[in-house]
Design a protein around this ligand. Structure first.
Ligand code: NDP
Length: 450
């Protein structure tokens, strides 16, 4: 142990002018955290990016964004020495869907371990007062009890496809716990459920289910409203323009708005936005003209949290809670060795020469197992994919059909977090799914295109 770095004291308040580093400010999570901090009046925020400069519209005027490759230990060390952040949100990571996780297994474990090792260790070396590590609920076993409590970590086998990613995230949790216990740092780990919100990924090749449904149904709505005879006669139709603009903003496999009508229709068809009767129809809205295909039966149930709610939970915990609070709130949740400062210790529990002093930082008996101190961030409410798709269809006013293709796989039938620890720590979500989807669609057709 390096004595120079020991004896860190936690329990320091985040002040409006504290230097705060949000790693990964261009991502869904990092951008939402920055937006929340700015809205609460924090003035001294620094962030980093690798490929995408953070875009927070007018708010970016006050944002200090540095290009920094977090895989590079020397660059990260130089950054911490020059910026001296007091508080850190670790929201940078290599993330992706099932196919990417399963294909790039080495990249997922290496890059995530490297990013978090660099940031957590430099935070410790430079005396960062508090750090928040962002993980994911894929840390839990494949057959975890539903809803999933924090205590089910490492109780069974992980889902194979994202095992390398999950192992890196579990290592991040253990690194935070271990630095806290050995060095007295104040690092908190949070595991958000599936998120959705502004700056989400709408790329149909890679996106998660909720943004993919929004985009497909949005395109389906425009497609069913195209006046084909007018388009053929004049070359102009406002709904066809909506489709072209959408593809210009985000091409599908290289097909953008400049492609021919046939190329565009073929590509939409390949991604499950299927049009019929185009040759004959002259109607502006034909409920039989467009069908959206959705993989699987629609029966699996999922939980979704508005990304700005998640950011609010993160900032709330950084402002109001310390690692010691989590360890203490844990007593109701965890299977501890029955070693408690107030409880007499039996000979069997003690072993021969058990040290009965307390950990100087957490005030827990030195032989008490401190595990599962991470916190789930979720709503505790799930919805079937079918119900979700119909909710989006109604909200967007798409008249066509939703077709659930049962030849395609369903995936896990239920995945839901148990947020009771978070509730006990004083935070609960406020944006319900219907309201969140309304906001997200407004962002998709408005701010995203501005
Ligand atoms: P994004 O892909 O949207 O953002 C990732 C961020 O990390 C980007 O800012 C990216 O920079 C940055 N980054 C990646 N590699 C490097 C690198 N080598 N050097 C510097 N920066 C890098 O991911 P999310 O915001 O969705 O996820 C962030 C965290 O939140 C992850 O830990 C994830 O597990 C967690 N999470 C996300 C959930 C979700 O539904 N989105 C759910 C639960 C947890 P750039 O864009 O410039 O390349």
């Amino acid at each position: 142990m390096n004595v120079e770095y020991s004896n860190r004291k936690g329990n320091e308040l985040m002040k409006l002018d504290s230097k705060i580093f949000v790693a990964g400010g261009s991502g869904l999570v990092g951008s939402a955290i920055i937006k929340n901090l700015l809205s609460k009046g924090y003035t001294n925020i620094v962030t980093n990016y690798l490929t995408r400069k953070p875009n927070l519209n007018a708010q970016s005027l006050t944002l200090n964004a540095k290009k920094l490759d977090l895989l590079d230990p020397q660059a990260v060390e130089a950054f911490f020495n020059s910026e001296s952040p007091e508080f850190v949100f670790l929201a940078a990571a290599k993330v992706g869907g099932i196919i990417a996780n399963n294909t790039y297994r080495a990249d997922f474990i290496y890059e995530n371990l490297q990013i978090q090792n660099n940031i957590i260790h430099q935070s410790y070396k430079t005396g960062v007062k508090k750090l928040m590590f962002l993980g994911s609920t894929c840390i839990y076993p494949k057959n975890a009890p539903q809803p999933m409590p924090e205590d089910c970590l490492l109780t069974d086998t992980l889902e194979y496809t994202n095992e390398p990613y999950a192992i890196a995230k579990i290592a991040g949790i253990k690194m935070c716990e271990s630095y806290n216990l050995q060095y007295g740092t104040n690092y908190i780990s949070v595991m958000p459920t599936n998120l959705y919100g502004p700056n989400d990924n709408f790329d149909l090749e890679k996106s998660h289910v909720l943004p993919a449904l929004i985009r497909k149904i949005h395109l389906g709505k425009a497609l069913e409203r195209v006046k084909w005879d007018v388009l053929r006669a004049t070359g102009k139709d406002e709904n066809w323009e909506i489709i072209k603009k959408d593809l210009d903003k985000l091409p599908i496999e290289g097909v953008d708005g400049s492609a021919s009508q046939e190329e565009i229709l073929t590509k939409l068809d390949a991604y499950g936005i299927k049009s019929f009767n185009i040759k004959h129809s002259t109607l502006s809205i034909d409920p039989n003209s467009v069908r959206i295909e959705i993989w699987g039966s629609g029966n699996p149930r999922r939980e979704f949290l508005w990304s700005e709610d998640m950011a609010d939970a993160c900032v709330y915990l950084m402002e109001n809670r310390d690692f010691s609070d989590v360890v203490n709130s844990q007593k109701d949740h965890s299977k501890f060795l029955a070693l408690n400062a107030d409880t007499p210790v039996s000979k069997e529990q003690e072993g021969c020469n058990m040290d009965l002093s307390n950990n100087q930082y957490t005030n827990t008996p030195i032989h008490q197992e401190v595990r599962n101190t991470h916190i789930n961030i979720g709503t505790g409410i799930d919805i079937s994919i079918k119900e979700l798709a119909y909710m989006i269809k109604d909200l967007i006013c798409f008249n066509g059909e939703l077709y659930f293709n049962t030849d395609k796989p369903d995936g896990t039938m239920k995945k839901l977090t148990d947020p009771s620890k978070l509730h006990a720590l004083g935070w609960k979500h406020t944006v319900e799914l219907h309201e969140g989807i309304e906001k997200m669609y407004a962002w998709y057709i408005g701010e995203r295109d501005s």
